[in-house]
Write a protein that binds this ligand. Structure first.
Ligand SMILES: Cc1cc2nc3c(=O)[nH]c(=O)nc-3n(C[C@H](O)[C@H](O)[C@H](O)COP(=O)(O)OP(=O)(O)OC[C@H]3O[C@@H](n4cnc5c(N)ncnc54)[C@H](O)[C@@H]3O)c2cc1C
Length: 468
């Protein structure tokens, strides 16, 4: 093991007579969040992490600039606050609104900033689009953090609000079409189906409402996203969580709650929780990993570039594909699309370019012709064609990187669920065996930060209740 973070203190009296030993596989954000919650209940939690804690969020140094990889936009902050409230903690993150919200969307029908400002010709259409989502954000936050049970009036109220807003439409595409939005706004809205890692015809209708729900409250911790990782590690350490880095689990026996580490050491716990992608867990338990390419969420190539001076760009720019039909076909076939979705984040002399790619574990580096062409297209559209060429250094995290510790193809949100099972209304496989639970981005649909933090809260509550 390359490193170990161990307990700094235990809350007095927090270990109850029902304290159990929990082995938690995977020290990504989901695993660390659940570890803190379970330790708060008095359980003795050990996190086994094959690499470094943080998973998709990690600090890398590029050309003497520090970058936090993975998530860059903090949304639906009510989920984070509910997580902290369960731990009885104040918010140390100092979330700062991100200038420009969700950014400027360069659609084939014109550029659309989301939220659309009052002086923009599409403002009235934006207001009309947002109307069904008024007051919905708190209901969605409730759904993300509450076990989906029809006997629970809280769940019933929140799901009724969501169903009213989605108006009986199953998919994001269906909802957008029915609203007859101006083409530029419709295209920008469709882009946010990609928050589920899916094309608009495959994403639940909720994703068509996401811009309305989140555009006005997009933030980032003042000290960068890495502050979220530090906070989760600190919350766990204060409750006695042990995080073992460089501890790869190579076998799991759910019947006996036993795991085997690389090197042969066997560890037995009362309960195991997997915060790994379910396809990866399947392999560890000796089951076949069924995940055809046509049923995967997207992967990506993230390029982090250190520039000699601040980039003359807004904080976030979004370059959608011209047509989501060919986009979907390419992702499902594992093909490289000539105009994939690109996100460009500029933060002083730090530039991040995120390209959506099929989840086929390819090692797409900056000098790959497709990567070069996509970056050139994005930067040309933004009027800064030579920006990356001026970089002091560039580091790329390709699908092969995401495949190393996540879904075997690098699918950022794991396997694609049928649309009726996506979104927060359907129970997910939280409890696949009596002594085995699951959380993480491949378990909680659209597994961005709100989904994985909320998923950790759901599983914590179910474990606390002792049943589903
Ligand atoms: C480029 C990019 C941009 C994103 N942008 C956003 C954003 O703006 N906003 C947002 O909310 N979300 C965003 N996300 C999603 C967000 O980053 C993820 O949802 C989240 O980080 C997933 O956390 P996780 O713990 O579920 O999974 P992971 O981070 O994948 O953690 C799984 C952990 O398990 C470990 N592991 C795997 N196998 C083993 C084993 N056998 N033994 C022990 N450990 C093992 C891995 O090393 C890893 O640390 C983005 C993701 C990416 C990749």
């Amino acid at each position: 093991m390359s490193g170990q973070r161990s307990a700094v203190s235990r809350q007095p009296g927090s270990l109850s007579s029902q304290s159990r030993s929990v082995g938690l596989l995977g020290g990504g954000l989901a695993g660390l969040a659940l570890a803190a919650l379970l330790a708060h209940r008095g359980h003795a939690v050990t996190v086994y992490e094959r690499d470094r804690a943080g998973g998709k969020l990690r600090r890398v140094t590029v050309g003497e600039q520090s970058f936090d990889t993975g998530p860059s936009l903090f949304t639906l902050p009510g989920v984070w606050r509910a997580f902290l409230a369960r731990l009885g903690e104040a918010d140390p993150l100092d979330l700062r609104p991100l200038p420009g919200g969700l950014g400027v969307h360069h659609t084939p029908f014109g550029a659309v900033p989301l939220p659309v400002p009052a002086d923009h010709p599409l403002h009235a259409a934006w207001e009309a689009y947002c109307a069904p989502a008024r007051g919905l954000a708190s209901h969605v936050e409730t759904l993300l953090t509450t076990p989906p049970r029809l006997i629970d009036p809280v769940f019933r109220r929140a799901s009724a609000a969501l169903l009213r807003a989605t108006g009986g439409h199953l998919t994001a595409e269906g909802w957008v079409r029915a609203r007859q939005l101006p083409p530029a706004l419709a295209h920008a809205v469709r882009t946010h189906a990609l928050n589920a890692g899916l094309a608009p015809v495959d994403a639940p209708a909720l994703y068509a409402l996401l811009p309305a729900l989140i555009a006005g409250d997009v933030s980032r911790p003042a000290r960068g996203m890495g502050a979220l990782l530090d906070t989760l590690l600190g919350l766990g350490a204060a409750r006695g969580v042990r995080v073992l880095e460089g501890a790869e689990v190579v076998r799991v026996d759910p019947q006996t709650a036993t795991l085997t580490l690389k090197g042969g050491e066997v560890r037995r716990h009362d309960l195991l929780v997997s915060a790994l992608d379910p396809a990866r867990l399947a392999v560890l338990t000796g089951r076949p990993a069924r995940s055809p390419v046509s049923r995967r969420t997207v992967s990506g190539v993230a390029l982090y570039a250190a520039l000699p001076e601040p980039a003359p760009l807004p904080a976030t720019s979004v370059l959608p594909p011209a047509d989501f039909g060919p986009f979907r076909a390419a992702m499902r076939a594992g093909a490289l699309l000539p105009d994939t979705l690109a996100l460009v984040h500029a933060n002083g002399p730090r530039l991040a370019v995120l390209l959506t790619a099929p989840a086929t574990a390819r090692d797409l580096q900056p000098d790959h012709p497709w990567v070069r062409a996509q970056v050139a297209r994005a930067l040309r559209t933004l009027g800064v064609p030579g920006l990356l060429a001026s970089a002091r250094d560039v580091v790329a995290l390709p699908p092969a990187h995401y495949a190393a510790g996540g879904h075997p193809g690098g699918a950022i949100y794991g396997a694609a669920l049928p649309v009726w099972r996506g979104g927060p209304l359907h129970p997910q496989p939280y409890h696949p065996a009596p002594q085995l639970w699951q959380v993480g981005t491949g378990v909680h649909p659209g597994g961005g930060l709100p989904a994985i933090l909320g998923g950790a809260m759901i599983v914590d509550r179910l474990i606390g209740e002792g049943s589903l």
